[in-house]
Ligand binder design. Sequence first.
Ligand code: HEC
Length: 215
Amino acid sequence: MSSRSASDARRPRTAVGGRSRGDRAARGVASAKSLAVLAALSLVFGSGCWENWAPIWFPMMKKQPSIQAFEDTGVQGHAWGFAPPDGAIPIDGGEPHIDRLDLVAADALQNPFAADDLRSLENGREQYTQFCATCHGATGRAEGPVAQVFAGVFPLVALTTGRSDGYIYTVIRYGAGGKPGLRMPGYARIAPDDRWDIVNYVRYLDRIGRQGGTP
Ligand code: HEC
Protein backbone atom coordinates (compact mmCIF):
# COMPACT_ATOMS: atom_id res chain seq x y z
CA MET A 1 0.00 0.00 0.00
CA SER A 2 2.62 2.49 1.09
CA SER A 3 4.96 1.64 -1.79
CA ARG A 4 2.13 2.12 -4.33
CA SER A 5 1.16 5.59 -3.13
CA ALA A 6 4.82 6.60 -3.09
CA SER A 7 5.20 5.66 -6.74
CA ASP A 8 1.91 7.49 -7.57
CA ALA A 9 3.35 10.63 -6.09
CA ARG A 10 6.51 10.25 -8.06
CA ARG A 11 4.78 9.73 -11.41
CA PRO A 12 3.79 13.32 -12.29
CA ARG A 13 7.28 14.56 -11.47
CA THR A 14 8.73 12.00 -13.81
CA ALA A 15 6.31 13.12 -16.52
CA VAL A 16 7.36 16.78 -16.30
CA GLY A 17 10.98 15.84 -16.02
CA GLY A 18 10.52 13.72 -19.12
CA ARG A 19 9.89 16.76 -21.32
CA SER A 20 12.81 17.96 -23.40
CA ARG A 21 14.59 21.25 -22.78
CA GLY A 22 13.29 22.59 -26.10
CA ASP A 23 9.70 22.04 -24.95
CA ARG A 24 10.29 24.06 -21.83
CA ALA A 25 12.01 26.89 -23.70
CA ALA A 26 9.13 27.10 -26.19
CA ARG A 27 6.63 27.26 -23.36
CA GLY A 28 8.65 30.03 -21.73
CA VAL A 29 8.62 32.12 -24.90
CA ALA A 30 4.89 31.54 -25.36
CA SER A 31 4.06 32.67 -21.82
CA ALA A 32 6.36 35.70 -22.17
CA LYS A 33 4.51 36.64 -25.35
CA SER A 34 1.08 36.29 -23.79
CA LEU A 35 2.30 38.33 -20.82
CA ALA A 36 3.43 41.09 -23.15
CA VAL A 37 0.09 41.04 -24.97
CA LEU A 38 -1.73 41.16 -21.64
CA ALA A 39 0.40 44.08 -20.49
CA ALA A 40 -0.26 45.96 -23.71
CA LEU A 41 -3.99 45.31 -23.49
CA SER A 42 -4.16 46.38 -19.87
CA LEU A 43 -2.24 49.53 -20.76
CA VAL A 44 -4.67 50.36 -23.53
CA PHE A 45 -7.90 49.36 -21.77
CA GLY A 46 -6.92 49.77 -18.15
CA SER A 47 -5.61 53.31 -18.45
CA GLY A 48 -9.14 54.60 -18.96
CA CYS A 49 -8.11 56.71 -21.92
CA TRP A 50 -8.22 54.02 -24.55
CA GLU A 51 -11.31 55.70 -25.87
CA ASN A 52 -9.21 58.70 -26.83
CA TRP A 53 -6.79 56.70 -28.87
CA ALA A 54 -8.52 55.96 -32.11
CA PRO A 55 -12.10 56.95 -32.83
CA ILE A 56 -11.84 54.80 -35.96
CA TRP A 57 -10.93 51.69 -34.02
CA PHE A 58 -13.24 52.39 -31.11
CA PRO A 59 -16.22 54.30 -32.48
CA MET A 60 -18.69 55.16 -29.73
CA MET A 61 -22.16 56.68 -29.39
CA LYS A 62 -20.53 59.01 -26.88
CA LYS A 63 -18.57 60.67 -29.66
CA GLN A 64 -21.17 62.79 -31.37
CA PRO A 65 -21.84 66.46 -31.82
CA SER A 66 -23.64 66.97 -28.49
CA ILE A 67 -22.73 68.68 -25.22
CA GLN A 68 -20.82 66.34 -22.93
CA ALA A 69 -21.28 66.32 -19.17
CA PHE A 70 -19.25 69.15 -17.58
CA GLU A 71 -18.25 70.49 -20.96
CA ASP A 72 -17.89 74.24 -20.91
CA THR A 73 -20.51 75.71 -23.20
CA GLY A 74 -19.26 79.21 -22.60
CA VAL A 75 -22.43 80.38 -20.82
CA GLN A 76 -21.40 83.32 -18.67
CA GLY A 77 -21.60 82.89 -14.92
CA HIS A 78 -22.12 79.15 -15.00
CA ALA A 79 -18.99 77.39 -13.95
CA TRP A 80 -19.72 74.14 -15.73
CA GLY A 81 -21.50 75.71 -18.61
CA PHE A 82 -24.89 74.62 -17.34
CA ALA A 83 -27.51 77.27 -17.89
CA PRO A 84 -30.58 76.58 -15.72
CA PRO A 85 -33.60 75.69 -17.87
CA ASP A 86 -36.15 78.46 -18.42
CA GLY A 87 -38.49 78.80 -15.46
CA ALA A 88 -36.15 76.97 -13.05
CA ILE A 89 -36.19 78.29 -9.49
CA PRO A 90 -33.08 78.13 -7.29
CA ILE A 91 -33.72 75.86 -4.28
CA ASP A 92 -33.36 78.79 -1.91
CA GLY A 93 -35.85 80.76 -4.00
CA GLY A 94 -33.11 83.15 -5.04
CA GLU A 95 -33.61 85.02 -1.78
CA PRO A 96 -30.88 87.33 -0.64
CA HIS A 97 -28.68 85.69 1.97
CA ILE A 98 -29.07 87.04 5.47
CA ASP A 99 -26.89 86.13 8.38
CA ARG A 100 -28.67 83.63 10.61
CA LEU A 101 -27.63 85.63 13.66
CA ASP A 102 -28.62 88.98 12.17
CA LEU A 103 -31.79 89.45 14.21
CA VAL A 104 -32.57 92.87 12.76
CA ALA A 105 -32.59 91.51 9.19
CA ALA A 106 -34.59 88.44 10.26
CA ASP A 107 -37.19 90.48 12.15
CA ALA A 108 -37.63 92.77 9.13
CA LEU A 109 -38.82 89.91 6.88
CA GLN A 110 -42.50 90.14 6.06
CA ASN A 111 -44.76 87.09 6.24
CA PRO A 112 -46.75 87.22 2.99
CA PHE A 113 -49.62 85.12 4.43
CA ALA A 114 -52.10 86.08 7.15
CA ALA A 115 -51.88 84.11 10.41
CA ASP A 116 -55.48 82.85 9.99
CA ASP A 117 -55.17 82.00 6.30
CA LEU A 118 -56.65 78.46 6.21
CA ARG A 119 -54.80 77.44 3.06
CA SER A 120 -51.54 78.49 4.69
CA LEU A 121 -52.34 76.66 7.96
CA GLU A 122 -53.35 73.47 6.15
CA ASN A 123 -50.17 73.41 4.12
CA GLY A 124 -48.17 74.48 7.17
CA ARG A 125 -49.46 71.48 9.10
CA GLU A 126 -48.53 69.16 6.23
CA GLN A 127 -45.02 70.60 5.98
CA TYR A 128 -44.55 70.70 9.74
CA THR A 129 -45.62 67.07 10.09
CA GLN A 130 -43.15 66.12 7.40
CA PHE A 131 -40.12 68.15 8.45
CA CYS A 132 -40.42 69.24 12.06
CA ALA A 133 -42.62 66.87 14.05
CA THR A 134 -39.95 64.13 14.23
CA CYS A 135 -38.09 66.39 16.65
CA HIS A 136 -40.45 69.07 17.92
CA GLY A 137 -43.46 66.73 18.15
CA ALA A 138 -46.96 66.97 16.70
CA THR A 139 -47.97 69.42 19.43
CA GLY A 140 -44.69 71.39 19.42
CA ARG A 141 -43.78 70.37 22.95
CA ALA A 142 -40.57 68.61 21.88
CA GLU A 143 -42.19 65.20 22.21
CA GLY A 144 -41.11 63.86 18.81
CA PRO A 145 -39.37 60.46 18.59
CA VAL A 146 -35.98 62.05 17.90
CA ALA A 147 -36.30 64.20 21.04
CA GLN A 148 -36.68 61.01 23.09
CA VAL A 149 -33.10 60.02 22.30
CA PHE A 150 -31.51 63.34 21.34
CA ALA A 151 -31.51 65.70 24.29
CA GLY A 152 -31.92 69.41 23.77
CA VAL A 153 -34.70 69.71 21.21
CA PHE A 154 -36.46 72.94 22.18
CA PRO A 155 -40.22 72.97 22.65
CA LEU A 156 -41.81 75.49 20.29
CA VAL A 157 -44.79 76.20 22.56
CA ALA A 158 -44.03 79.31 24.65
CA LEU A 159 -40.48 79.58 23.27
CA THR A 160 -41.66 81.06 19.97
CA THR A 161 -44.27 83.43 21.46
CA GLY A 162 -41.89 86.36 21.66
CA ARG A 163 -40.16 85.60 18.37
CA SER A 164 -41.01 87.39 15.13
CA ASP A 165 -42.30 85.51 12.07
CA GLY A 166 -39.10 86.47 10.27
CA TYR A 167 -36.99 84.97 13.06
CA ILE A 168 -38.78 81.60 12.91
CA TYR A 169 -38.57 81.71 9.13
CA THR A 170 -34.83 82.28 9.32
CA VAL A 171 -34.40 79.42 11.82
CA ILE A 172 -36.21 77.11 9.36
CA ARG A 173 -34.02 78.34 6.52
CA TYR A 174 -30.64 78.04 8.21
CA GLY A 175 -31.17 75.80 11.24
CA ALA A 176 -30.19 76.48 14.84
CA GLY A 177 -28.01 75.47 17.70
CA GLY A 178 -24.48 76.64 18.32
CA LYS A 179 -23.22 77.19 14.84
CA PRO A 180 -26.61 77.42 13.10
CA GLY A 181 -27.42 74.09 11.51
CA LEU A 182 -25.29 72.19 13.99
CA ARG A 183 -28.05 70.89 16.25
CA MET A 184 -31.07 71.71 14.14
CA PRO A 185 -30.52 71.28 10.39
CA GLY A 186 -31.41 74.09 8.00
CA TYR A 187 -34.26 73.60 5.56
CA ALA A 188 -33.27 75.78 2.62
CA ARG A 189 -34.73 73.05 0.45
CA ILE A 190 -38.24 73.83 1.67
CA ALA A 191 -39.70 76.42 -0.71
CA PRO A 192 -40.01 79.92 0.81
CA ASP A 193 -43.83 79.96 0.64
CA ASP A 194 -43.95 76.59 2.41
CA ARG A 195 -41.60 77.95 5.09
CA TRP A 196 -43.96 80.86 5.75
CA ASP A 197 -46.84 78.39 6.00
CA ILE A 198 -44.84 76.45 8.59
CA VAL A 199 -44.28 79.70 10.51
CA ASN A 200 -48.04 80.25 10.64
CA TYR A 201 -48.58 76.69 11.80
CA VAL A 202 -45.90 77.01 14.51
CA ARG A 203 -47.68 80.16 15.70
CA TYR A 204 -50.94 78.20 15.78
CA LEU A 205 -49.29 75.37 17.77
CA ASP A 206 -47.92 77.92 20.20
CA ARG A 207 -51.32 79.57 20.70
CA ILE A 208 -53.16 76.28 21.16
CA GLY A 209 -50.39 74.85 23.33
CA ARG A 210 -50.36 77.78 25.73
CA GLN A 211 -54.13 77.40 26.16
CA GLY A 212 -53.50 73.79 27.14
CA GLY A 213 -55.20 72.40 24.07
CA THR A 214 -54.07 69.97 21.41
CA PRO A 215 -53.89 70.86 17.72
C1 HEC B 1 -33.32 67.01 13.95
C2 HEC B 1 -34.23 67.56 14.89
C3 HEC B 1 -34.93 68.85 14.51
C4 HEC B 1 -35.77 69.08 13.45
C5 HEC B 1 -36.19 68.07 12.38
C6 HEC B 1 -36.23 70.42 13.56
N1 HEC B 1 -35.66 71.02 14.65
FE1 HEC B 1 -36.03 72.87 15.34
N2 HEC B 1 -34.69 72.63 16.80
C7 HEC B 1 -33.97 71.49 17.05
C8 HEC B 1 -33.02 71.71 18.13
C9 HEC B 1 -32.04 70.69 18.69
C10 HEC B 1 -33.20 73.05 18.54
C11 HEC B 1 -32.42 73.79 19.60
C12 HEC B 1 -31.26 74.47 18.93
C13 HEC B 1 -30.36 75.18 19.92
O1 HEC B 1 -29.70 74.50 20.69
O2 HEC B 1 -30.33 76.41 19.87
C14 HEC B 1 -34.25 73.59 17.69
C15 HEC B 1 -34.74 74.88 17.80
C16 HEC B 1 -35.80 75.38 17.07
C17 HEC B 1 -36.35 76.70 17.26
C18 HEC B 1 -35.91 77.74 18.27
C19 HEC B 1 -34.67 78.43 17.79
C20 HEC B 1 -34.26 79.56 18.69
O3 HEC B 1 -33.11 79.96 18.57
O4 HEC B 1 -35.07 80.06 19.47
C21 HEC B 1 -37.37 76.83 16.34
C22 HEC B 1 -38.27 78.04 16.12
C23 HEC B 1 -37.43 75.59 15.59
N3 HEC B 1 -36.45 74.74 16.06
C24 HEC B 1 -38.33 75.32 14.57
C25 HEC B 1 -38.28 74.19 13.78
C26 HEC B 1 -39.12 74.00 12.63
C27 HEC B 1 -40.22 74.95 12.18
C28 HEC B 1 -38.75 72.80 12.08
C29 HEC B 1 -39.27 72.17 10.79
C30 HEC B 1 -39.00 72.92 9.58
C31 HEC B 1 -37.70 72.25 12.89
N4 HEC B 1 -37.43 73.12 13.90
C32 HEC B 1 -37.10 71.03 12.67
C33 HEC B 1 -34.09 70.28 16.38
C34 HEC B 1 -34.86 70.09 15.26
